[in-house]
Design a protein around this ligand. Structure first.
Ligand code: TYD
Ligand code: MG
Length: 401
């Protein structure tokens, strides 16, 4: 421990971040890879973690950075085949098949890589511990050894981790505390879209996302996600509503779909995909109590098109509009976007960053936006889109059709 220093006397000489050039990946990282940082990339098996990290390593090695990819899951031949599919050719990208972390450190003394990738953290082990790879003790030991190494050498290190069904990175949450940055790779296997999300970032804003599409030749960046998520939107169909949601600092338009039909069952079904089903129940109760629209005998299905997950209350007003539209079998006007939080009294509350949301809608050609009155006050300067401010869900019926 040195002497305490007056803060003004401390000089910082920030090293430039490593930019992979995969814009959506760099964005999720808060602008690139910070030297010496330990980054956890988690996600369900098969979602595309190895593909993404190999593509990133390919780009960096193409720029002259020596990359070392340790795989405890695949042989060098398998990785080579994948690299060929991804058109990665580089003399700077080194593949090491193995799982023992002490071996890795030995090899690194010679190779001196500029970037290290460990795929996966669950398959690697420290021989100093008797427990099996993937055990809590091993995860902790391997990660803290790599952390120390990354800080000493200033080499950025990626840990790939499989996520368990309940959403936590397998084993302990302790991994998340240990590392500088936690990225989750999300999506479902029925859709080609993948989202990389920074859930923690010591060196940038968290919740930043990057959007990709999984294609034959690997992950392709999606520069304009709103357009993609609205691509297959049906025309003039009841129950479909477009909402501008916010992912990190990024506005994205998504389509909410609702289907409300008389239920043949004693206990009607409530199914929510991509939105919180408790939220849907709450909104159903608000509809009944504040608008007199009782759906107690109806099955209700709510879905976010494209496999996206929306967990902001800002989606409330759009969800309710979609439910009303389906229930009455009347399509919502196709040039409207809708956002706002709904309170239990049926009041419509303001949400964060309304300007960003409205501008995104404008960019995609929408002509009208329904929002809370309180949000409207700070958005009056926005032109070329009609803003309709609402106080309560009771006002909704006059404006959505
Ligand atoms: P992978 O990166 O191995 O997933 P993870 O490391 O997260 O387990 O990706 C697995 C899936 O991606 C696999 O089902 C095949 C598919 N894929 C493509 O569609 N295109 C490609 O170019 C590659 C390499 C994989
Ligand atoms: Mg993998």
């Amino acid at each position: 421990m040195g002497m305490p220093l007056p803060i003004d006397s401390i000089s910082v000489d920030p090293e430039p971040r490593l930019i992979t050039g995969i814009v959506e990946f760099d964005r999720a990282l808060g602008g690139g890879i910070v030297p010496g940082s330990l980054i956890l990339l988690g996600g369900d098996p098969g979602i595309g973690k190895s593909t993404l990290i190999l593509q990133a390593a390919g780009r960096l090695s193409g720029k002259g950075f020596k990359s070392l990819y340790l795989s405890g899951e695949e042989s060098p031949q398998q990785i080579k085949l994948r690299a060929e599919r991804l058109s990665i050719h580089s003399g700077n990208l080194f593949i090491l098949s193995g799982a023992c972390i002490e071996d890795l450190f030995d090899k690194m003394k010679e190779l001196k890589p500029d970037i290290l990738i460990v795929d996966s953290i669950q398959t690697t082990y420290a021989s100093s511990l008797p427990s099996a790879p993937g055990s809590v003790g091993q995860l902790r030991e391997v990660s803290s050894k790599l952390l120390r190494w990354a800080k000493e050498t200033n080499v950025p290190t990626f840990l790939i981790g499989h996520v368990t069904k309940d959403g936590a990175i397998a084993g302990p949450k302790v991994l998340e505390h240990l590392v500088d940055t936690v990225l989750y790779f999300e999506g479902d296997n029925n859709h080609q879209y993948r989202i990389i999300r920074a859930v923690k970032n010591r060196f940038g804003a968290s919740n930043e996302i990057g959007v990709f599409e999984m294609k034959e030749a690997g992950l392709i960046e999606v520069g304009n996600p709103s357009r993609i998520f609205l691509e297959e939107r049906p025309e003039r169909i009841a129950g479909s509503v477009v909402i501008p949601c916010l992912e990190g600092t990024r506005p994205i338009l998504v389509e909410i779909q609702a289907l409300v039909t008389p239920s043949p069952l004693g206990t009607p079904r409530r199914t929510a995909i991509g939105v919180d089903h408790n939220r849907v129940s709450l909104l159903t109760a608000v509809l009944a109590k504040r608008m007199g629209i009782g759906l107690g005998d109806q099955d209700i299905f709510v879905n976010v098109a494209g496999g996206l997950k929306v967990d902001e209350p800002a989606a409330d007003l759009g969800i309710v509009s979609a439910m009303i539209s389906s229930h009455l079998d009347k399509p919502v006007a196709s040039d409207i976007v809708i956002f706002g939080e709904i309170g239990l009294a049926g009041e419509i509350r303001g949400v964060s960053q309304p300007e960003l949301r409205i501008n995104e809608a404008k960019k995609l050609g929408f002509k009208r936006c329904l929002l809370s009155k309180s949000n409207m006050d700070i958005c009056r300067a926005i032109s070329n889109i009609e803003l309709v401010g609402l106080d309560s869900v009771r006002d909704l019926m006059q404006v959505i059709f």
